[in-house]
Design a binder for this molecule. Structure first.
Ligand SMILES: Nc1ncnc2c1ncn2[C@@H]1O[C@H](COP(=O)(O)OP(=O)(O)OP(=O)(O)O)[C@@H](O)[C@H]1O
Ligand SMILES: [Mg+2]
Length: 253
């Protein structure tokens, strides 16, 4: 059975892509056939896995427009068990065109239904509560919510939880929050600790025990087109994502 997880937070720059890429890598590394769907027009997950966006023949835009099947645009990566469905900025235009289209909310769900041989599918969402994000919430079994450990961390999350509620009521009754992942934790500051406590209070039982530290290796790895585990597997960031992935697998099963 395939477990579909949307990595989402409408706030920008909180660590969605970093978490999606690195958790997908750790899942693959631990023997799970994993597909990372880049569903953000910025295409950061695509380039973060070393794929040259100029050379792509078909992308998620074609899938969402129903010109291509998802299985036909998937690319292997240099990492065993890890595959990617790439994206370019074209997806932003596609989203606009989709606005009045039939079945516009279920394009991603339908696309995913046609691939069956993955253990995990992770969706890297854009920083908005847009049609793309709604498609992701409808397609996913779980939401993974990265939250940056900073003062405004919880602001705006009410809206996301509200969207999840609406989606649950209408099109996807089993959608569930699998976990909240505090990112860019700076253990030298008391603020990080305070925000962590605040997040735990807000999401009882949902916060991962392992948090993600601020770690320069995590920021460097994408410029080499690599997940941090392949770039520097002894770094703090690599170890943190490995542990988070273990917790994630436990929560799924
Ligand atoms: N734990 C970390 N330590 C240091 N740098 C990090 C960490 N996590 C992410 N970054 C860096 O912070 C920036 C934002 O991270 P990322 O792209 O993962 O966020 P995002 O939520 O996907 O952003 P967007 O909303 O634009 O899609 C990137 O430059 C990334 O390399
Ligand atoms: Mg991103």
């Amino acid at each position: 059975m395939t477990t579909v997880i949307a990595v989402t937070n409408q706030k920008g720059g909180v660590g969605k892509t970093t978490s999606a890429v690195n958790i997908a890598y750790c899942l693959a590394k631990s023997g799970h056939k994993t597909l990372l769907i880049d569903f953000d027009p910025q295409g950061n997950a695509t380039s973060g896995l070393g794929i040259d966006k100029q050379k792509l023949e078909a992308t998620m835009s074609d899938v969402i427009q129903e010109f291509s099947l998802l299985k036909n645009i998937i690319l292997p990566t240099e990492h065993k068990n890890l595959f990617v469905a790439p994206t370019t900025p074209q997806l932003a235009n596609t989203e606009v065109e989709l606005a009045g289209a039939a079945r516009r909310f279920t394009r991603l769900k339908n696309a995913i239904a046609s691939v069956s041989d993955y253990d995990y599918i992770l969706i890297d969402c854009p920083p908005s509560l847009s049609l793309l994000t709604v498609n992701s919430l409808i397609a996913a079994r779980y939401v993974l919510l990265p939250v940056q450990a900073e003062f405004y961390a919880l602001e705006g999350l009410g809206q996301l939880l509200e969207s999840m509620k609406l989606v649950r009521k209408s099109m996807n009754p089993t959608l569930d929050l699998i976990g909240v992942l505090p990112t860019m934790m700076d253990n030298r500051t008391t603020l990080s600790g305070q925000v962590y406590q605040e997040i735990k209070k807000h999401f009882p039982g949902k916060v991962f025990n392992q948090t993600i530290p601020r770690n320069i290796r995590l920021a460097e790895a994408p410029s080499h087109g690599l997940p941090v585990g392949a770039y520097d597997r002894f770094s703090k960031g690599a170890r943190a994502y490995k542990n988070v992935t273990k917790e994630l697998i436990d929560r799924v099963s």
